[in-house]
Design a protein around this ligand. Structure first.
Ligand SMILES: *[C@@H]1O[C@H](CO)[C@@H](O)[C@H](O)[C@H]1NC(C)=O
Ligand SMILES: *[C@@H]1O[C@H](CO)[C@@H](O)[C@H](O)[C@H]1NC(C)=O
Ligand SMILES: *[C@@H]1O[C@H](CO)[C@@H](O)[C@H](O)[C@H]1NC(C)=O
Ligand SMILES: *[C@@H]1O[C@H](CO)[C@@H](O)[C@H](O)[C@H]1NC(C)=O
Ligand SMILES: *[C@@H]1O[C@H](CO)[C@@H](O)[C@H](O)[C@H]1NC(C)=O
Ligand SMILES: *[C@@H]1O[C@H](CO)[C@@H](O)[C@H](O)[C@H]1NC(C)=O
Ligand SMILES: *[C@@H]1O[C@H](CO)[C@@H](O)[C@H](O)[C@H]1NC(C)=O
Ligand SMILES: *[C@@H]1O[C@H](CO)[C@@H](O)[C@H](O)[C@H]1NC(C)=O
Ligand SMILES: *[C@@H]1O[C@H](CO)[C@@H](O)[C@H](O)[C@H]1NC(C)=O
Ligand SMILES: *[C@@H]1O[C@H](CO)[C@@H](O)[C@H](O)[C@H]1NC(C)=O
Length: 585
């Protein structure tokens, strides 16, 4: 009896009424239309940007509800729609551009931050102000309505121990050339087919939020207005049922890997009677447009007192390995390998997961967790032939579980050991907070989280209701080990994908902006972890180099990556690397 009572209370607390997150456009909304989508007399009966001619044009799945509830669906739909259209315009070539919803939640005054908003005015705001990517402004689930207002640091931030945080210059800038509305089944299909996904409004039911697990959702009841914004990425037809294919922002554990399908052509949930919003990105990537405005004032100086400016990273030398099969260098002769091998582009396909920044919203020495988890995510994408969806692993879970270390540094091999025993959930289970939890327990809520209203009133209190998600994608490795030396590294990378490596970061390396790096150091002391995703050979000089992925944002180096000379003058990059082999069904 008592047990039952407790259960009911819990259900009531959790399955609360859904908030209205979809507001009508602000009164100053004015579409800016230069061109209309082409019109095709015949459209295919199935079409989705998840797979067009074998290519997935969609960026990673997000979760608006963590680490606390925030009604930012409108900002999520606008930013992912724009990111996906940038990916289409860039023909899915490296790197994926992940537009930052946080900028909209904090800065777009046409909307109400975590209290709801409109994707159309979000595009208008972007046209008027421009926007940055996730590595400048990570999602924090607070907005200008509850304590996280707009600032130069929200546009782009960087932090370093003993220096505090500052507004980062040289941020990559994105914007829209035009934006407008589209309504009705036929028009929506034309717009999606010819130009890319659109942001649309629905009446989200409690069933959709809490009970939908897959299939074509059929609910032809009539509902008043709309309360939620989603991204429509395609459509299909199956057993005479016509449906839309929709990206949601409720995590990859929800629905069909974060997506869902609903009936098409019957105005279900009011999807076809409401204006959808579209935007065409302006090409700022070809010429690498940056924000060069410099703000010298440092604020938000935090008290972290780290010993190094880089990430303390313990050696792998004495750690346990788990090797169950032959190693690539045993069956591959490095001399027979191609002169260039780059997982960012193998026969035109980019296999890499999104670029990251370990240093914001505050400094955290989690390099050891970044180099390893990004290599694993990339290897999962490789094993899955880079089919939809793009996989991003949670660094925060690695911190919450102390799987090798903390924000004070750690050991890469610990991450693989954890991935072997427990598995690593995806980013949308626990987004990166760049902070150790008050107490790292690796509890269910520290592994995968969902939250509902009430919306916290400010950033110092968190009255929202959160709970542990019990079923979520969880990625394990079957074996892991270490690898050293150029030939063995090449064989490992070629056969199985990126590896993570220790490196000796110097001030000069921190200031790297591009090119093939080299530096002579008498006693390199490994103090940082990065990933090596391939190698190349300079056609002019014949110099061989490694292609490295760093976790310092896209404003650093070559889109967050670097090239460094192979064999020598390379900051010990070939002396302490590790790898894990993900289990992919
Ligand atoms: C897919 O292939 C068709 C037929 O070759 C072509 O017309 C279309 O442009 C391709 N789509 C994309 C997005 O590349
Ligand atoms: C936004 O970016 C575009 C393209 O680089 C530029 O022309 C425009 O001046 C920028 N607008 C603002 C407000 O920074
Ligand atoms: C450009 O940088 C300045 C100074 O940090 C900031 O105020 C502005 O909002 C930034 N704009 C963009 C589009 O990042
Ligand atoms: C930030 O903190 C460091 C170390 O305590 C100090 O040296 C520096 O002056 C501070 N910067 C600002 C702007 O307060
Ligand atoms: C959703 O599932 C819960 C628990 O299984 C159930 O109590 C509830 O009635 C369902 N809600 C709807 C709208 O179907
Ligand atoms: C459309 O997709 C569905 C689901 O994958 C499939 O059952 C159906 O055969 C497809 N139709 C066509 C014409 O390819
Ligand atoms: C949707 O559900 C209704 C009511 O259960 C049913 O009459 C209708 O045939 C279903 N529509 C489709 C396309 O399955
Ligand atoms: C490895 O273990 C040996 C023997 O216990 C010890 O002397 C050495 O310092 C250890 N090396 C590292 C890098 O921890
Ligand atoms: C990837 O491609 C290979 C070779 O074409 C194939 O054997 C394998 O089944 C594919 N894997 C997935 C998950 O699509
Ligand atoms: C945050 O909200 C709580 C509860 O409403 C309130 O007591 C507290 O004063 C607020 N703090 C700030 C900084 O506004």
């Amino acid at each position: 009896m008592l047990k039952q009572l407790v259960l009911i209370t819990l259900v009531c607390a959790v399955f609360g009424q859904l908030q209205n997150e979809a507001l009508p456009p602000h009164k100053s909304y004015k579409p800016y239309v230069i061109s209309n989508a082409e019109f095709n007399s015949v459209l295919p009966s199935n079409f989705t940007w998840q797979n067009v001619n074998g290519t997935d044009y969609l960026t990673l799945v997000r979760n608006q509800h963590i680490p606390q509830y925030c009604g930012s669906c409108w900002a999520q739909a606008a930013s992912s729609t724009l990111a996906d259209r940038i990916k289409i315009a860039r023909k899915a070539q490296w790197p994926d551009v992940v537009i930052a919803p946080q900028v909209l939640v904090s800065c777009d005054e046409y909307s109400n931050g975590c209290h709801g908003g409109n994707s159309g005015t979000a595009f208008q705001w972007i046209k008027e102000h421009n926007i940055t990517d996730e590595t400048c402004s990570p999602y924090q689930a607070y907005g200008h309505d509850n304590g996280l207002g707009c600032s130069a640091q929200i546009m782009c931030k960087n932090c370093m121990p003993n220096k505090g945080c500052w507004a980062q210059e040289n941020a990559k800038v994105y914007t829209v050339a035009e934006y407008g509305d589209v309504k009705g089944e036929a028009q929506m299909m034309q717009e999606i087919f010819n130009r890319g996904p659109i942001a649309c409004y629905i009446y989200a039911t409690e069933y959709l939020r809490y009970n939908y697990t897959g299939g074509i959702y059929n609910d032809t009841s009539s509902y008043p207005g709309t309360n939620h914004v989603i991204e429509v990425v395609g459509w299909g037809e199956e057993n005479n049922e016509k449906y839309w294919i929709i990206r949601n922002s409720w995590g990859s554990y929800w629905g069909e890997k974060g997506f869902y399908r609903q009936l098409r052509g019957v105005n279900m949930l009011n999807i076809e009677s409401s204006n959808c919003n579209w935007a065409v990105p302006l090409d700022t990537w070809t010429n690498d447009v940056r924000n060069t405005t410099k703000v010298t004032e440092v604020s938000n100086n935090h008290t972290n007192n780290f010993r190094h400016t880089t990430c303390i990273r313990e050696s792998n030398k004495n750690s346990t390995q788990l090797i169950t099969g032959p190693l690539p260098h045993e069956y591959i002769n490095a001399a027979s390998l191609p002169a260039n091998w780059d997982w960012r582009n193998i026969n035109g396909v980019n296999y890499l997961s999104f670029t990251r920044n370990q240093h914001i919203p505050q400094y955290c020495g989690s390099c050891w967790a970044h180099g390893t988890t990004s290599s694993l995510a990339d290897r999962i994408n490789i094993a899955r032939n880079r089919t939809w969806p793009d996989i991003a692993l949670s660094v925060q879970v690695v911190l919450n579980c102390q799987a090798g270390g903390s924000c004070n540094g750690g050991q890469p091999m610990g991450v693989y050991q954890f991935a072997n025993k427990q598995g690593i959930p995806e980013e949308s289970c626990q987004n990166y907070l760049a902070a150790d939890p008050k107490k790292a327990t690796c509890s269910d809520t520290q592994r995968c989280l969902d939250c509902t209203s009430p919306i916290p009133t400010n950033t110092t209190v968190n009255p929202g209701t959160c709970w542990a998600v019990k079923q979520y994608p969880n990625w394990k490795v079957s074996q892991y080990g270490s690898v050293t030396g150029a030939d063995k590294m090449k064989a490992e990378i070629y056969a199985r994908g990126p590896i993570s490596c220790g490196i000796y970061v110097t001030n000069k390396f921190e200031a790297y902006t591009g090119g093939i790096y080299k530096e002579s150091t008498a006693f390199p002391m490994i103090n940082h972890e990065i990933a090596v995703v391939g190698w190349g050979t300079d056609p002019q000089t014949g110099v061989e180099y490694w292609i490295g992925r760093n976790s310092w944002g896209t404003y650093w180096g070559e889109n967050g990556f670097f090239r460094i000379q192979m064999h020598k003058q390379n900051l010990a990059i070939e002396t302490d690397c590790s790898w894990g082999e993900p289990i992919v069904e």
